[in-house]
Design a binder for this molecule. Structure first.
Ligand code: BES
Ligand code: ZN
Length: 630
């Protein structure tokens, strides 16, 4: 009998590995840190925010537990950091200056900082090491926004995005989710600005240029976060509120008006919220994601401010990460489905409680459609939920597969075991693994004991492993359905061939999701006269709903409907969230004619984009070029 781990390695290796391959699925291939020998428990940050030089400058003190007393070196992750000094503090208060060196730079992982532990440092239990450093203006985690790129046009802004492996570009640390640590920080800013962090923000703190923070719950390094700007706070409930620039505050208060209720419903459903307050921060358009689950303070794109609360599932998603991801964390980026798939599933459950099943079924169908498209695009060896991952880019491993296939897998378990049993399973899962990290295989073993073998004959371990380690979807995977979306697709087809009139389509009764499905279901040979009629009737090119805009402009680009190109260009300049941009650029660059146009719009727009968005779009344009070298 092969042991489970060998089976895992065998399956992961299909096609890719050689006999002597010693790939270890539980190993994090995206860190240099020697975590087996020392692990960080706590860090204290002391940083000045310099908007003129676009640098953070100061020091970090790392409190580390020694697991192996023979250790003579500490390796930390860095990227583009300038290190000034490294000093150890002994139990009696005396200090030892340490020698250190930067190792060879890897284009993905950055540069290891190699610290020699001085011989007279007592390394039996704990070491305390202070690193003085400054960041580079090109730090991959930090975006330094000039006033023009903020809503108010008057003050600069800074924000971080540490996931997946960018914390190392603003703090030298063990940048791997295997390690959980608490933190405290002192942040000094120019006067009048407010600093916030993924920590205990005080809405009433005076703006005197110095801010103190505590994060008492242990978190992985990718959840370290900071933002500094002309930010103001408005409460949404007793434990919830929103920070943003004053220009956006009213809109944000309306859009996220249900946040307190969401938090309360989430606690009833998933178990206690263990982080204190839950606030959100609405950033300028260049924030590269829809949202980022920084603990106690999710960061959000302003493109959610649609004015009708239609995009709040993103907030439900970030809130749900307070359980899946922040409380129970993927051990490595290969296990990312445990964060993102589980969270997408919890998001859908939360949305069902707050709204209704029909709305969520619509979102399930749209996710499923995106999954089918990704399964056509993503290479087979990256289609497993837990793919082999020892190279490549840790940020975008496999498109939306961790999200949508992961969610579908949990729908499958729910359907198999029934909601009640599955809900009880989830609550114990969050309790048993609270503040821990977990690999896919640990999850499988737990699932095996608590569900598969406890209720035999429903779903087998083998069936579950197919989801984890094989490409595509198993034959018995659920297929989401929505009657509203089905009728929208049918109407798209009948209207396209002139069998229905536009006035007869109940657009007014439809959700944005139904309209999105209608647009996606238009046949490829639809004539431009009909596209123009639709645009005119619904104002698609001028929509203020970013997801409708994304859907429409993908069609505009694929079909080369040039009448709407000016508005397409405006869409690409208005937003900065990668999801809203990259698929439109891809459609334009791959329609066989407009690659140069895509490049020139990008050249004009890129100064307003985040570095991570810029690299995603460069990748899209590069692939378009490789697919079709004109
Ligand atoms: N944690 C992710 C964002 C992320 C993932 C950043 C991987 C870096 C690497 C966040 O929770 C997320 O999933 N955002 C989505 C929201 C959506 C799925 C509701 C996004 O930004 O599109
Ligand atoms: Zn997420």
């Amino acid at each position: 009998m092969l042991r489970n781990s060998s089976i895992v390695i065998l399956l992961l290796c299909l096609g890719a590995c050689t006999e002597e391959d010693n790939y270890d699925p539980a190993h994090d291939y995206f860190t240099f840190a020697n975590v087996e020998q020392v692990t960080t428990q706590h860090v204290a940050l002391d940083l000045d925010v310099d908007f003129v030089e676009r640098k953070l400058r100061g020091y970090v003190v790392l409190h580390m537990t020694v697991n192996d007393a023979s250790v003579d070196q500490i390796v930390l992750d860095t990227r583009d950091l300038a290190i000034d000094s490294v000093v150890f503090t002994n139990a009696d208060g005396t200090t030892n200056v340490a020698s250190f060196a930067l190792g060879d730079t890897d284009p993905i992982k950055g540069t290891p900082l190699l610290i020699a532990i001085p011989s007279d440092v007592d390394r039996r239990k704990e070491v305390i090491v202070r690193v003085d450093y400054e960041t580079s203006p090109d730090s991959t985690a930090l975006q330094w926004l000039p006033p023009e790129l903020t809503a108010g046009n008057e003050h600069p802004m800074l924000f971080s995005q540490s996931q997946a492996i960018h914390a190392r570009s603003w703090i030298p640390l063990q940048d791997t989710p295997v390690v959980r640590l608490t933190y405290e920080a002192v942040i000094r800013t120019p006067p009048d600005l407010l600093a916030v962090m993924s920590a205990n923000n005080d809405p009433l703190v005076p703006r005197d240029g110095e801010f103190g923070f505590q994060m008492p719950q242990p978190i992985p390094s990718y959840l370290f976060a900071i933002a500094v700007g002309n930010l103001y706070f408005a409460p949404l409930g007793d434990d919830t509120g929103v920070y943003t620039e004053p220009e956006l505050l009213d809109a944000a208060v309306y859009e996220f008006g249900e946040l307190q209720e969401m938090l309360e419903k989430a606690e009833q459903q998933f178990g206690p919220y263990r982080w204190g307050r839950y606030d959100v921060l609405v950033l300028p358009p260049s924030f590269p994601y829809g949202g980022m689950e920084n603990p106690r303070l999710s960061f959000l794109t302003p493109s959610l401010l649609a004015g009708d609360r239609s995009l709040v599932s993103v907030v439900a998603h970030e809130l749900a990460h307070s359980w899946s991801g922040n409380l129970v964390t993927n051990a490595t980026w290969r296990d990312g489905w445990l964060n993102e798939g589980m969270t997408s599933y919890l998001e859908s459950r939360l949305m069902e409680i707050i709204y209704d099943k029909d709305r969520v079924d619509e979102e399930r169908v749209l996710s499923y459609q995106e999954l089918l498209l990704d399964l056509e695009r993503v290479p087979l060896e990256r289609q497993a939920l837990a793919p082999r991952l020892d190279s490549g880019n840790a940020d975008d491993v496999q498109g939306s597969i961790h999200y949508h296939k992961g969610q579908l897998f949990l729908d499958y378990l729910e359907r198999g075991f029934g909601r009640d049993r599955f809900d009880a399973f989830l609550q114990t899962y969050f309790d048993d693994f609270a503040f821990k990290t977990i690999t896919t295989e640990e999850f499988l073993n737990y699932l095996d004991v608590k569900l598969l073998r406890a209720t035999p004959g429903v779903i087998s371990r083998k069936q579950v492993e197919a989801w984890m380690y094989e490409p595509g979807l198993p034959d018995d995977a659920p297929v989401p359905e929505s009657t509203t979306l089905e009728s929208a697709a049918l109407l798209a087809r009948t209207w396209a061939v002139g069998e229905a009139s536009i006035e007869d389509i109940p657009f007014d009764e439809w959700s944005p999701q139904a309209l999105i499905h209608f647009i996606n279901s238009l046949p490829p040979d639809l004539d431009f006269a009909r596209l123009a009629m639709l645009d005119e009737f619904l104002g698609l090119s001028d929509t203020s709903n970013a997801e409708i805009g994304r859907t429409w402009f993908i069609q505009v680009a694929m079909r080369r409907y040039e009448a709407a190109y000016p508005e397409l260009e405006a869409h690409l300049k208005r937003y900065g969230r990668t999801r809203l941009l990259s698929s439109v650029y891809r459609a334009l660059a791959q329609n066989g004619h407009d690659r140069e146009l895509a490049k020139s719009i990008f050249a004009n727009a890129r100064h307003a984009y985040h570095p991570l968005t810029i690299s995603s779009i460069e990748e899209v344009l590069k692939r378009a070029e490789a697919a079709d070298p004109m």
